[in-house]
Design a protein around this ligand. Structure first.
Ligand SMILES: Cc1cc2nc3c(=O)[nH]c(=O)nc-3n(C[C@H](O)[C@H](O)[C@H](O)COP(=O)(O)OP(=O)(O)OC[C@H]3O[C@@H](n4cnc5c(N)ncnc54)[C@H](O)[C@@H]3O)c2cc1C
Length: 403
């Protein structure tokens, strides 16, 4: 197969590269990593620039407000934005990378009209209310209940690990609408307005020192029935769509960032003399091969999503390998940095500023510990790969592995 750019793809790449070259120098300096209102403002204003230039949701279907780009153009978009050092989706990753695509795939025409344009244009931010204190890996054990009252659901319960809840306008919320049904069949997928009476957000602090997620308490919150995506009690199926976007394509640009960080690590090792260690060179080489293979998996998932609308079970293969490779990368960086890796992120930014490819190693390492948990743990991904990709027999019931 010929993977080089066609004439149209080359023109798309050139146009995007020129636009990034003109636009990125105009951006203000990024805010402090823990200033979430500041990050929301920064990330949504970047999104607005993409939108105005016609690059927001390039791969979203035209009827969902995107430009319906081909999978190849989507991959070019990821390559060029990463290469230029453009900001990531940031505070609205839920809206742009999985709630939005889920509404595009499963929402009604009215829901697509109402919710998708503000995501693409950076006006509204979303969070994800899937996990609960007793329902993470075993997501179908969720207990937040929704009782129908006329044209609304009255929702009570609590959620945990809700990323960016403090700055979100909307939440993709899983609730139990039929407590009598088998547990996978009594769930619905609702759109919760975060400013509704009865919603309380309490921030949680992470190991990396930031308050990026929160607990969410719901006390008799009224949510219009029209905010339900999919049929009542069919929320588990809709959730599988959300999770396949979350695992299959949401981390795509981070693979390229990982590859760049690995190159910077090799350069630093060469400068420091650590490169003389043959074992270290072998491990860097293995990781380079892994990141190249991961980019192939991204290409696969993106083209599968382009053909069928949604990435398939290969999403779990990617999520598993990517999150583990990312951790190995930053563990290796800690070895190269030596005792410098023990400094906390707010004590030192160990990036060598003479090399623009260098990330802040300790901050990335601490953050990276969460990658094999968020979006479903490695153990759960292995179960899914065993059962749905390899066709091995089930040892017992297992869940979908959270949001
Ligand atoms: C940075 C970060 C951001 C997150 N953001 C969100 C968010 O925005 N919204 C949201 O809803 N959730 C979010 N989560 C929650 C995340 O989805 C859950 O933490 C995850 O699904 C694991 O659930 P748990 O924490 O309840 O662990 P548990 O389910 O208690 O699992 C504990 C351990 O047991 C293992 N285990 C459990 N069941 C099995 C099994 N059947 N077979 C083998 N091993 C098993 C797990 O793999 C894990 O190692 C986030 C988590 C992190 C770390």
């Amino acid at each position: 197969m010929d993977l080089s750019d066609t004439a149209a793809e080359a023109a798309f790449r050139r146009g995007l590269r020129d636009w990034l070259g003109k636009t990125l120098p105009e951006l203000p300096p990024p805010p402090d990593p823990d200033d979430w209102p500041g990050r929301r403002a920064y990330d949504t204003s970047w999104q607005r620039r993409l939108y105005d230039a016609g690059y927001a949701g390039v791969h979203w279907p035209v009827e969902a407000g995107g430009s319906g780009a081909t999978p190849a153009e989507h991959l070019i978009y990821l390559e060029e934005t990463e290469r230029a050092g453009a900001p990531y989706v940031g505070a609205n990753f839920v809206g742009l990378l999985h709630a939005g695509p889920t509404i595009a795939a499963e929402g009604s025409a009215e829901q697509r009209r109402r919710y998708l344009p503000p995501i693409l244009s950076g006006r509204e931010v979303w969070c994800q209310g899937f996990s609960e204190p007793g329902a993470g890996s075993d997501l179908a054990a969720l207990r937040t209940r929704a009782v129908r009252d006329g044209d609304a659901y009255v929702v009570s319960g609590s959620k945990i690990w809700t990323s960016h809840a403090e700055v979100a306008d909307w939440c993709e919320l899983l609730v139990r609408t039929d407590p009598e049904a088998p547990r996978h069949r009594g769930i619905s997928w609702l759109i919760l307005p975060m400013d509704a009476p009865g919603v309380t957000v309490r921030p949680l602090r992470t190991l990396a020192g930031t308050a990026e997620f929160a607990e969410l308490f719901l006390d008799e919150v009224r949510i219009p029935v029209g905010n339900r995506v999919g049929a009542e009690n069919d929320g588990w199926r809709v959730t599988m769509v959300t999770l396949s976007f979350e695992r299959g394509t949401a981390f795509a640009s981070e693979v390229l960032a990982g590859r760049r960080a690995l190159g910077a690590l090799a350069a630093r090792a060469a400068r420091d003399g650590a490169w003389n260690d043959g074992e270290l060179r072998r491990r860097i080489g293995l990781l380079a091969a892994e990141f190249t293979a991961l980019w192939r998996l991204v290409q696969w998932n993106v083209s599968e999503a382009g053909a069928g609308g949604v990435p398939g079970a290969g999403a779990s293969v990617f999520k598993l390998r990517f999150s583990e490779a990312r951790q190995r990368l930053y563990d290796l960086a800690a070895e190269v940095l030596g005792s410098g890796a023990l400094l906390l992120p707010d004590q030192a930014d160990q990036a060598d500023r003479s090399d623009p490819a260098e990330p802040a190693w300790t901050a990335q390492r601490l953050q990276g510990l969460s990658y094999t948990i968020a979006a479903g743990t490695s153990q759960i991904q292995r179960n899914i790969v065993a059962q749905r990709v390899l066709g091995l027999p089930r040892p017992g019931r297992s869940g979908a592995g959270g949001g």
